[in-house]
Design a protein around this ligand. Structure first.
Ligand SMILES: Cc1cc2nc3c(=O)[nH]c(=O)nc-3n(C[C@H](O)[C@H](O)[C@H](O)COP(=O)(O)OP(=O)(O)OC[C@H]3O[C@@H](n4cnc5c(N)ncnc54)[C@H](O)[C@@H]3O)c2cc1C
Length: 509
């Protein structure tokens, strides 16, 4: 079906409104439920929430279905890396997230090798923002809702059927909903991925780790000294203060209690005594969890009208703190493309560039976490490689390469032959109106024209135009996609028009 027709049909269906009864229907046949939603997202983790917000920027009608009735309380992440902070800045969210996090140097991530960050990293936001995962999830969910996304909690996706026009989604309570597309952002054990029959090859978990938040019974200096002494040789192991006497505690799970049971405080005490000779008087746990180091990547990110993003598409050990960042960046890549498809202006292959661009990025992240896990082994061979890499990281280029990889500012999508900047994201440069990223809040394309000669013509409903001869660039003009990646560099109008067509479809009449 032509996508223009799709949009028209969806508009007509909107007359049904959000009356719950109107959504119930058999799964197939002439009585299918009306297409009240353009996109249903399974899972309101960071990936699902970010995707919902991106789609709402383009007026796509989004419903997010979340299995859990309450938001998660587990504090998992190290924080937001540079590229994710840039995304927040591009959507006007940075101030909000900065209020809830703590800025730390962008260093020491790769296999926890302690080297300072290179001084001139290519970003206006060259730091790590330490922020608990529940907080970032809440902020992203609030942002999506403010933009008009519907989030329904306590509603698990249990099945779906897709046809030429849409997807019928079945919830665990038997309710059926219809949408044009379904996106599985439902985490590593993704129901959507399993039902889709997409392979998830990789390695199973080899080692498991316990992580929790609890209070301690000894002074901070005593803990810090012991942790510094043991961290080089005992991995995984840390006790990190989280404020108000609460510590984040990480110890190996090997040898403790039944895997099927949640870990206990006694498990943590026992492991701490084995590693450090003391349990530091840990008590009053806030929460305790167990995670593995399985590494897997979905074979496909899209089957027809159903797509996968975030942990549903890739899982890997948390070394380097990349998983949430990777998922949020998947959503940022997918959002405008799916919206373009629904609005009817997407070039034919645009939606497939989501997998073409993001699958290799995930492959690279999986590989770097595999390498880091080896470097964290306490066996003599990997320890020798670790010492060698530690020496190599004294070379600025090696250190920079690894940091750009972990923080995702080194990504270059393959847009074909061209200057090195083509396919990379553009940093937040100064422009005459202030900051470049301040002009990207609406999630549209942007032509930054230093020649003041070019025009976006019939694409002005999708692409903004800024003439600024003073912009801090060493090329005449750049065309930015809504995700801030450089889609074209040049100064020729015809060449520009070709590239506008490639990324933004046919011009409006
Ligand atoms: C110990 C640990 C430390 C980590 N540290 C970091 C770090 O420092 N930095 C980093 O970037 N990442 C880190 N990660 C990884 C990060 O937590 C995940 O990558 C991230 O949560 C993925 O987000 P997501 O939205 O894709 O999936 P999830 O966060 O798993 O969210 C999926 C959501 O879908 C819901 N859901 C599941 N099934 C259904 C269904 N059938 N229907 C409806 N809803 C459903 C779930 O309830 C959940 O809310 C860490 C992970 C662990 C375990």
């Amino acid at each position: 079906m032509h996508s223009q027709q799709v949009t028209a049909e969806v508009e007509r269906d909107s007359a049904v409104g959000d009356v719950p009864g109107a959504l119930r229907s058999p799964a197939s046949g002439a009585d299918r439920a009306p297409l009240v939603f353009d996109v249903i997202i399974a899972g309101c983790g960071p990936t699902g929430a970010m995707l919902a917000a991106e789609l709402r920027l383009h007026d796509v009608r989004v419903l997010v279905l979340e299995k859990e009735t309450e938001p998660k309380s587990f504090v998992r992440i190290v924080g937001l890396h540079i590229r994710s902070l840039e995304l927040m800045a591009m959507r006007g969210l940075l101030e909000r997230v900065l209020q809830h996090g703590r800025q730390r140097p962008a260093a020491g991530f790769f296999a926890a090798i302690n080297k300072p960050a290179p001084k001139d990293l290519d970003s206006a936001y060259a730091y790590l923002l330490g922020i608990p995962q529940p907080v970032i999830e809440r902020l992203l969910e609030e942002h999506a809702i403010e933009l008009g996304a519907q989030v329904r909690r306590g509603r698990a996706v249990a099945g779906f059927e897709q046809d030429d026009e849409g997807v019928t989604v079945e919830l665990a309570d038997g309710e059926r909903l219809r949408s044009r597309y379904l996106v599985g952002c439902d985490g590593g054990r993704s129901t959507v991925r399993k039902l889709l029959g997409v392979g998830f090859p990789g390695e199973p978990s080899r080692t498991e780790t316990l992580m929790g938040e609890m209070e301690v019974g000894v002074p901070q200096q005593e803990i810090a000294a012991k942790v510094t002494e043991l961290r080089e040789t005992r991995q995984p192991f840390w006790l990190r203060p989280f404020g108000e006497g609460v510590y984040s505690v990480v110890v190996p799970a090997a040898g403790v209690s039944d895997r099927a049971e949640p870990p206990t405080l006694e498990d943590f005490k026992q492991q701490l005594r084995t590693i450090a000779g003391t349990d530091f008087g840990v008590h009053s746990p806030r929460w305790m969890s167990r995670f593995g180091d399985a590494t897997r990547l979905a074979e496909r990110y899209r089957v027809g009208r159903v797509l996968l993003a975030g942990d549903a598409a890739h899982i890997h050990p948390p070394t380097g703190g990349q998983g949430l960042n990777l998922g949020v960046q998947d959503a940022f890549n997918l959002g405008w493309k799916l919206a373009a498809q629904l609005r009817g202006w997407a070039p034919e292959t645009l939606l497939d560039t989501y997998q073409a661009e993001r699958h290799p990025v995930a492959e690279d992240v999986l590989d770097n976490t595999r390498a880091q896990m080896e470097l964290l082994s306490t066996e003599p061979g990997p320890q020798a490689v670790r010492r060698l890499l530690t020496e190599l990281m004294d070379f600025d280029e090696v250190n920079r390469h690894l940091i750009e990889k972990i923080t995702a500012i080194g990504i270059r999508y393959d847009f074909g032959e061209g200057p090195d900047l083509l396919g990379r994201r553009l940093r937040d440069i100064d422009v005459k109106q202030g900051h470049l990223y301040g002009l990207l809040h609406r999630g549209r394309g942007l032509l930054l024209d230093r020649t003041e000669r070019l025009t976006v013509g019939g694409w002005s409903d999708r692409v903004d135009y800024l003439a600024d001869p003073t912009a801090g660039l060493d090329v005449p003009c750049v065309l930015l996609r809504p995700d801030g990646h450089v889609a074209w560099i040049g100064d020729d109008q015809q060449d520009l028009n070709d590239h506008l067509s490639r990324w933004f479809g046919k011009p409006a009449d």
